[in-house]
Design a protein around this ligand. Sequence first.
Ligand code: PBG
Length: 289
Amino acid sequence: VDDFIYPLFIEEGENIETEIVSMPGIKRFSLDKISKELDEIVSLNIPAVLLFGIPSKKDDEGTETWNDNGIMQQAIRFIKKNYPSLYVITDVCFCEYTSHGHCGIIHDNDVDNDATLVNIAKQVISHAKAGVDMVAPSGMMDGTIDMIRQSLDNTGFSNLPIMAYSVKYASAFYGPFRDAADSAPSLGDRKTYQMDPANRIEALKEAALDVAEGADILMVKPALSYLDIIRELKDIHDLPLAAYNVSGEYAMLKAAAQNGWIDGDKVMMEKLISMKRAGADIILTYHAK
Ligand code: PBG
């Protein structure tokens, strides 16, 4: 259990406790309804949570991401105050916050990498001021880790670590998450910034860049179809390695188990163990509870 990170979807508003249909057992909560969930997480000794914010208003740039009173910042403060033993990690991205659902600023029908970096800096500094324990940038913009490391160092947060979504494939396994987080792109896809599933060499390159830029933990995502990449990175780099057991992987298992077609618990243990065997030190999973 020490190796688990549990993702949490936190929605701005009140009285919200909405089941995510394609992810049985996973809900979106507003902060006034989340204490029971946090009590349970703490009582199960799950050490860490990964927060996703779902704001009540979106715009072109996702400006709510750096609002010091935004839903993510409120959530960080709430959890650190009431559950100080819980390690709080934030997913640093824009797709839940932009009206178009892309992970950055759109210029000429494509995401503008370098303009987005400037906003990433504002976002992480705001999370840092709210008291986050670690940031996890997931937008796959080039130069993200370097930008975050410098921004945090320059604002007095030189001890705040970064978990890099280093190797994040453009995967159909994220389908249920996009419903959960309201983050499906309204035009096009994420193939200009997320990776081609057929490409192995680029995974090595992306991870090496993140190491050089100052990442503290590397991540591979999704997990199950990419166990070879996990093993390969584990053999090369001496940083802790995380595997993200994503929403579609969870949904497939739950659906088959609910139909009685597989033994859900046994298959769950087998797949989580396969991630450890491949070399994952940390597993981000909706199964953690
Ligand atoms: C982006 C983000 C995504 C996930 C984590 N962070 C979605 C995406 O890239 O489309 C997917 C997680 C999952 O499927 O469980 N903020």
